[in-house]
Ligand binder design. Structure first.
Ligand code: CTP
Ligand code: MG
Length: 383
């Protein structure tokens, strides 16, 4: 493969105000970096991919690339975009003659722009950028007085997007020959004396910079504020050997439940409903007996892990309701305590109720306890 795509995703996203790197912030159920990787997969020209991420984010990035039919290398970037691109270029596979450099922060960029950039390279361009017309009237402005001057020729100005395409050898040489910081790679090529050609960009390929950009992208993807709903049940048999853990509380003197972890059916049902609402699989998939790291872990650990998965997917829990089905324990005396405990654990209001089954079925015969949970999730507008 002689074409490579470098996805720069090592920025912190300061203007977005996120508590973790911008490329890992969720949009319509998946992180921006996953959108970028899916763009790469949907682009039909065979190519390899280098992803540049912040220190400490290599593993999460690899996880996002898992299962994609593309060779993906993940490397750590630097303090500036220029430094990050340098790291990415060093990781290019042997034999690459054309390289496209793309911001992970442009989740809606379309494959046709990748095509146009690539075609220009095939036609002999050393450097090519996608550009979009400037629609607003432009003036110059004195930043101290605020006074403006007209006379700017808008027709001669365009906005610059990514992916930007380059002859790989010339780009590597250009980066060798320059020092300092550049806002993009085309500017590095210009500094090294190369001509930079342009092709038509796409207004949808705008860069996510501020929180409102994330909301605009979400609505363009048809992601409204409709909540997501999950519904799940869990059952465990009584086990006389164990203490009872239920709804995150210990219940002295009550028959315990068997189970891979602490057997807390209430928490298991909640976690399963959350995963279902978020389309993230189920309890067995994330915490099954083949996941050694969770063996014997208290159920609260499942909740914490699941909250992390939600954050990555750009989702938050709005509310949880759980019904406990069984003859014992009698929930009423500790219902408020259990609700408060679960509310703190889940980070959203949890309400609990209970019922028996009139002596019928396994719960009626006193063989075990069931819990059914409903969960409502909403999309985080930003983090
Ligand atoms: N980028 C990078 N390494 C850096 C800085 C930026 O790889 N040290 C990447 C970003 O991840 C992004 C692209 O360059 O995909 C464009 O940068 P920008 O939109 O400015 O992203 P951030 O730098 O993350 O955002 P901010 O400037 O608001 O902090
Ligand atoms: Mg930046």
């Amino acid at each position: 493969m002689n074409t490579a795509l470098v996805i720069v995703a090592a920025g912190s996203g300061q203007r977005l105000g996120s508590s973790f790197p911008k490329a890992f912030v969720g949009l319509a159920g998946k992180p921006l970096l996953r959108h970028a990787l899916e763009q790469a997969v949907s682009w039909h020209i065979p190519h390899s991919v280098v992803v540049v991420v912040p220190e400490g984010w290599v593993e999460p990035a690899r996880a996002l690339a898992q299962g994609l039919v593309l060779p993906v290398t993940v490397v750590v970037g630097g303090d500036t975009r220029t430094a990050s691109v340098r790291q990415g270029l060093q990781a290019l596979p042997e034999g690459v003659t054309r390289v496209l450099i793309h911001d992970a922060a442009r989740p809606l960029m379309t494959p046709s722009v990748f095509d146009r950039v690539h075609s220009a390279l095939e036609a002999g361009s050393a450097a090519v950028i996608p550009v979009v017309p400037v629609v607003d009237t432009l003036v110059t402005r004195d930043s101290t007085t605020g006074a403006t001057e007209g006379g700017v020729d808008r027709d001669a100005l365009v906005g610059v997007q990514t992916p930007q395409g380059f002859d790989a050898g010339l780009l590597l040489a250009a980066y060798e020959s320059v020092t300092g910081e550049f806002t993009d790679d085309a500017e590095v090529m210009r500094s090294a004396g190369h001509r930079v050609d342009s092709v038509e960009g796409e207004s949808a390929g705008f860069k996510i910079t501020y929180p409102q950009d994330l909301e605009r992208a979400a609505s363009l993807l048809g992601h409204s504020h409709t909540p997501l709903v999950g519904f799940a049940m869990d059952v465990h048999a009584f086990d006389d050997e164990s203490p009872l853990y239920l709804a995150g509380l210990v219940w002295p003197g009550e028959k315990g439940l068997s189970g891979h972890s602490d057997g807390d059916v209430v928490i298991h049902a909640i976690v399963d409903a959350v995963l279902q609402a978020a389309s993230l699989g189920d309890l067995g998939h994330h915490f099954g007996s083949d996941r050694a790291e969770f063996a014997g872990a208290p159920s609260s650990v499942f909740v914490e892990h699941t909250r992390g998965l939600l954050l990555e997917a750009g989702l938050v829990i709005s509310s949880v309701g759980v019904q406990v089905v069984g003859n014992s324990p009698k929930l009423a005396s500790r219902r408020l305590e259990a609700e408060q405990h679960l509310t703190a654990l889940v980070g959203a209001p949890v309400s609990l109720s209970a019922t028996t089954t009139d002596g019928l079925g396994f719960t009626g015969r006193g063989e075990g306890i069931a819990a059914v949970a409903n969960v409502v999730l909403r999309r985080a507008t930003h983090h």
